[in-house]
Structure formats: structure tokens, C-alpha cells
Design a protein. Structure first.
Length: 460
């Protein structure tokens, strides 16, 4: 006999588990189906493990730079396995936290593979047999998988995706990374900080495609200084694995031999599993089609996160989860993608929000912008992190903030002040006139807003 719930969520990543908790908070009885680990790609094989490893790389770099700060440190050495053990501890702790939160909210977790049999019907294959779930509403949150072109000899050993790269093992002495999006750039930063020789290949004209051009220029220059061989506008023609090495032939005619090739070419929504298309859910351009309420074409069935394409980001998945869960509980919420922060955790960090200059030009929107360099900030200089800038962009006619870019120290946190301005739709003058504590990096946001009218006090 089927077990009944108000809502079944399939997939326990940052989309699904957040949706399950919010639905329970709103009074629904909730079943959550997960076939691997709670927390999904983000917690187990994405955002968190990469940031934990980057923190280790950051500690190593800081120790090497200590003398600059008047601190003599000798015998600095990277312990690659210890970095991975720390990463595993962080992930396990957070995974336990998600499990506790779900228990507290009385969300019933089913460990197994869920399949949508029709509106309101989910079949779960568990280790102990099949469980049938019936519910008024269903949220599909089954995520995405890495793109692995059939022509490349993926073997999980020499030619790997981020999943294998994050599993541990030895530090590869040389790595060729295919794809210079956020993930490829972050791995390039990690490996190069540890002393590996890194080649970063991107077929598009620039790394971090779509990102602010001045931010990209700055990051590219920094990566080159860190020893990363950055090759934009370069295609991979072929990869051949021989023993413990890969020989990669590039479109510039060169063959690069490395101990590892990391495929970081993006991810594809998991539309061809979990009964999604068989149940009649509409799919277009490789993603589940949803409206602004996160409703699919099937009555009572919502979809969220990487599965619906667009921004493949954890915080977008979570927000979509909140919207879908709230609507499943009878509320009326719509997604609004105007103020999605995008962060790349390289050195320096690149963070942006809202429209880019190119998008504004495509929309025929005339922009005014103000820019402030961290080199003019007392706090940035004191912290030894004076590279980078803050840029605030607004509609020329009204002064309304429509976007911003921060490259440099704590960029991923600083960007949220600009996010708030974009979200609420207030003018740059509100950022410029707000009193910011001194000495802080946040002052740079104020100064960039002042610079929109050429009034930054601390830069020319
Ligand atoms: C290396 C890497 C680094 C990243 N770094 C960042 C970052 O810094 N910031 C950021 O915002 N994003 C980052 N991302 C992207 C982020 O991880 C994803 O956008 C996010 O995890 C999507 O959440 P989701 O809930 O839609 O899907 P997922 O996290 O993929 O979760 C889907 C879950 O569904 C489960 N599932 C699938 N099918 C079934 C089924 N039939 N039955 C039961 N369970 C099923 C899966 O096991 C999985 O746990 C990164 C990704 C990678 C790969």
C-alpha cells in the first residue's frame, strides 16, 4: 500500500532539502527521496568541498607570505591528504546538520532512487524493496551531471570529472583543465597554489565566459602570475591516455602531456532519468520547463534547481525550492532572477550581481558606473589584499542600481550590499550616503557608488 504525504520531494540537494524543510515549516507532511547523500552535489561534491580545499590552499599561501607581515615561518609544506581529510570532516559535519534539521521538521527521508509514475505518484527503489509514495504535490529536484564528451577517454583515474578530483588521492604534478568557467578556474587556483603545473583551456575567447570584461582581465593576469598557463580560444582536439599520463592535442597545434585531465565543461540537467519524461513532464533545451511559480506541465508537479537549467547555482536552487514549497503549501510566490549573485572563489575572488555591461547594452540600457580600487582602501592595504576593485552600475537616466562587480578580498560577501540595491531597486546615492564603518572593505562599495558622479573622496 502506498504511503501518503502532502508533498514528496525527489532529490536531497540544496534545492530539495531546503524545499522539504520549508514545506514542513508551512505545515505539510513531507517525504524526501535521496539516492546518494543528503546535501546533493553542493555539499558532497561541489560548493563545500571545493571551498574547504581552497581554504587549505589559502592557508598555505598565507603561510608563504607571512614574512611580508613580519612573521617568520619556516618549513611550510602542503599535506595534500590532510587537506582532503579536513574537507571530509567539514562535509560530514554539514551533512549531519542537514539530517538533523530534516528530523527536527519531521521530514521522512527515504534512501533510494525515486521515479515519477504520474502526478502525485512516486516509486522508490530502496535497498529493501520498492516503496510507493502518494502525495497531492511533488517537487522534482534531481539536479545535474557533468558533461563528459564521448570522444574523450574518461576513465576516472587520469581523465576525471570534479567528482573524482574531489575524492582525494595524490596531488597530480601536472593537470590540464578543460573549461574555464567558475569550477575550472577554482580548480586551477587550487592546484597551482599547491605547486602543480596547470594548463587551463577554454574554447571561448575568454575565461569566465559572460563575466565582466575588466574582472576577467584582472583574474587572467593574476592566474598567469600564479603560474597557470591560460589558453583561451583553444579547443581540445583529442586526448590519449598512455599509462599514467594523458596526451592532449590542442587546436593551437601543441600537445600537452599531464598526469591528469580534469573535465570542467559544465553540467547537464538530469532530465532523462527519474521517470520525468515518461510521466509527461515537458522538457526543452535539455531542462525541465517551469513557469515563474516553478510549476511543470504536469498538474501538482514542480521542478527546481539544476534540473530546470538557467543558473546552475546552489543558492538559486534553494530559492527555487522555497518558491516551489511555498506554492505547494498554497502560497503565491514567483521567482525573480534580477539579483542573482555569481561568485568565483579564485584568488582574487570575482563576484557579480545583476546585469553585466554587455547585457545592459543588449537591452539598450544606458549605464553610468562608478569604480573604486582596493589599492585606495586602508583596510585592503592593511590586510595585504590591495588588488581588484568594486564597480557599481546604474541606469543612467534614473540612477537605479542594476548591477555590480567586486574583484578582490571578501568579494563574495561584499557583493551582497549591491545585491540588496538591485533587489530593492534603489539608487546609487543610497549606497553613497549610507555611513560605512571605518576601516572596512565595505567602504569601497560606498566609494564606488560615490564614483558614479565622480565624487569618490579617496580615488581620483
Ligand atoms: C565542483 C563544483 C563546485 C561548485 N561550486 C559551487 C559554488 O561555489 N556555489 C554555487 O552556488 N554552486 C556551486 N556548484 C553548483 C551546485 O553544486 C549546484 O548548482 C547545486 O548542487 C544544485 O542543487 P540541486 O538541488 O538542484 O541539485 P543537486 O545538488 O545535484 O542534488 C540533486 C540530488 O538529487 C539526487 N537524485 C537524483 N536523481 C534522483 C532520484 N531519481 N531519486 C533520488 N534522488 C535523486 C542526487 O543524488 C542529488 O543528491 C558547484 C558544482 C560543482 C560540481
Amino acid at each position: 500500500m502506498a504511503q501518503r504525504f502532502d508533498l514528496t520531494v525527489v532529490g536531497g540537494g540544496p534545492g530539495g532539502y531546503v524545499a522539504a524543510i520549508r514545506a514542513a515549516q508551512l505545515g505539510l507532511t513531507v517525504a524526501l527521496v535521496e539516492r546518494e547523500e543528503l546535501g546533493g552535489v553542493c555539499l558532497n561534491r561541489g560548493c563545500i568541498p571545493t571551498k574547504a580545499l581552497l581554504a587549505s590552499a589559502g592557508a598555505l599561501t598565507a603561510a608563504k607570505r607571512a614574512e611580508e607581515f613580519g612573521v617568520r615561518v619556516t618549513g611550510v609544506e602542503a599535506d595534500f591528504p590532510a587537506m582532503f581529510e579536513r574537507k571530509d570532516r567539514v562535509v560530514e559535519r554539514l551533512r549531519g546538520g542537514v539530517s538533523t534539521l530534516l528530523k527536527k521538521r519531521k521530514v521522512e527521508v527515504f534512501s533510494g532512487t525515486g521515479s515519477l509514475e504520474g502526478p502525485g505518484a512516486v516509486k522508490v527503489e530502496t535497498g529493501e524493496g520498492v516503496v510507493e509514495l502518494e502525495s497531492e504535490r511533488t517537487i522534482l529536484a534531481t539536479g545535474s551531471s557533468p558533461i563528459v564528451p564521448g570522444a574523450f577517454p574518461f576513465d576516472g583515474r587520469v581523465v576525471v570529472t570534479t567528482r573524482e578530483a574531489l575524492a582525494g588521492g595524490e596531488l597530480p604534478q601536472s593537470v590540464l583543465i578543460i573549461g574555464a568557467g567558475a569550477v575550472g578556474c577554482e580548480f586551477a587556483g587550487f592546484y597551482s597554489a599547491l605547486g602543480a603545473s596547470v594548463t587551463l583551456v577554454e574554447m571561448l575567447p575568454e575565461i569566465l565566459p559572460g563575466e565582466d570584461a575588466s574582472a576577467v582581465r584582472l583574474l587572467k593576469a593574476a592566474m598567469k602570475r600564479q603560474g597557470v598557463d591560460v589558453r583561451a580560444e583553444t579547443k581540445v582536439e583529442s586526448i590519449e591516455v598512455a599509462g599514467d599520463e594523458a596526451r592532449t592535442v590542442l587546436s593551437d597545434g601543441e600537445t600537452v602531456t599531464t598526469a591528469r585531465v580534469l573535465l570542467a565543461m559544465g553540467r547537464r540537467p538530469n532530465v532523462h532519468e527519474s521517470g520525468i519524461t515518461d510521466a509527461g513532464v515537458d522538457v526543452a533545451n535539455g531542462a525541465v520547463v517551469v513557469d515563474s511559480h516553478m510549476r511543470t506541465s504536469l498538474d501538482g508537479v514542480y521542478a527546481i534547481g539544476d534540473l530546470v537549467g538557467g543558473w546552475l547555482l546552489a543558492h538559486v536552487a534553494s530559492r527555487e525550492g522555497i518558491v516551489a514549497a511555498s506554492n505547494a503549501a498554497g502560497r503565491d510566490l514567483e521567482m525573480d532572477y534580477r539579483a542573482v549573485p555569481r561568485c568565483t572563489f579564485t584568488s582574487p575572488v570575482v563576484a557579480s550581481v545583476g546585469l553585466t555591461e554587455k547585457e545592459a547594452a543588449d537591452e539598450g540600457l544606458e549605464l553610468s558606473s562608478g569604480r573604486f580600487p582596493f589599492a585606495a582602501s586602508g583596510k585592503a592595504l592593511a590586510e595585504g589584499a590591495a588588488g581588484g576593485f568594486v564597480k557599481v552600475m546604474c541606469e543612467a537616466s534614473s540612477g537605479r542600481v542594476v548591477g555590480g562587480v567586486v574583484v578582490g578580498p571578501h568579494a563574495s560577501d561584499l557583493v551582497h550590499e549591491i545585491s540588496l540595491a538591485v533587489e530593492v531597486g534603489f539608487g546609487f546615492d543610497r549606497l553613497a550616503n549610507m555611513i560605512h564603518a571605518h576601516p572596512t572593505l565595505s567602504e569601497c562599495v560606498m566609494e564606488a557608488a560615490e564614483a558614479v558622479e565622480g565624487m569618490s573622496v579617496h580615488s581620483g
